[in-house]
Design a protein around this ligand. Structure first.
Ligand code: 2AM
Length: 177
């Protein structure tokens, strides 16, 4: 049986990925860690792991039933997790809509038999990997804001030594009528 590595997440609107990559190059020395390519920058809502096509179909159906309004995401926080070696961007105060959406997707995933980490959800966009040594974080004078009006299912594809995230399907977040 084939299984694919999947996760639900939020992509970044253009031209934000390029802006973040430029800012990152100004803020972090090369030795700080391995930069994530602009096209791969995203925020994970629910990590599903290796999922069969059948289970993925069920999860896609459940995702399609989610009814939620768009919300605004403020990227105004950054941090370093030395153990996994991650430097990330996030929000000082996560919007309620984001937490609700992630909660819903994570509980649907758990009920469908996808292992969900017991650690609390900390919404973040990974900027650097392999950042296991101390890193000086930029002064907190940055702020990017965008509206999240859809979420997506992604497949993590590893080929020719690179990981790439392929968007499989997206669902809109809509004002209720
Ligand atoms: P990370 O950026 O913090 O490493 C694709 O790998 C996405 O799924 C990444 O955003 C990654 O988060 C997340 N991810 C990978 N493995 C995970 C796991 N075991 N639990 C939660 N999220 C995971």
């Amino acid at each position: 049986m084939s299984a694919r590595r999947l996760f639900f997440g939020i992509g970044l609107p253009e031209p934000l990925p390029q802006q973040l990559v430029r800012w990152r190059a100004e803020q972090f020395p090369e030795e700080a860690g391995r930069p994530i390519a602009a096209a791969n920058l995203h925020m994970t809502l629910a990590f599903l792991g290796d999922v069969s096509d059948e289970k993925a179909q069920g999860l896609q159906q459940l995702a399609g039933r989610i009814q939620q309004r768009p919300f605004t995401l403020d990227l105004d926080d950054a941090g370093h997790w030395p153990r996994p070696g991650v430097v990330w961007l996030g929000c000082r105060q996560a919007p309620r809509g984001l937490l609700q959406l992630a909660d819903m997707l994570r509980s649907q995933a758990a009920r469908s038999g996808c292992y969900q980490s017991p650690q609390p959800f900390h919404p973040h966009i990974t900027l650097l990997r392999n950042a296991t040594r101390p890193v000086t974080l930029p002064p907190r004078n940055f702020h990017w804001r965008f509206t999240v009006d859809h979420f997506s299912l992604y497949e993590s594809v590893f080929s020719q030594g690179r990981t790439r995230y392929r968007r499989l399907q997206s669902w809109p977040l809509q004002e209720s009528t």
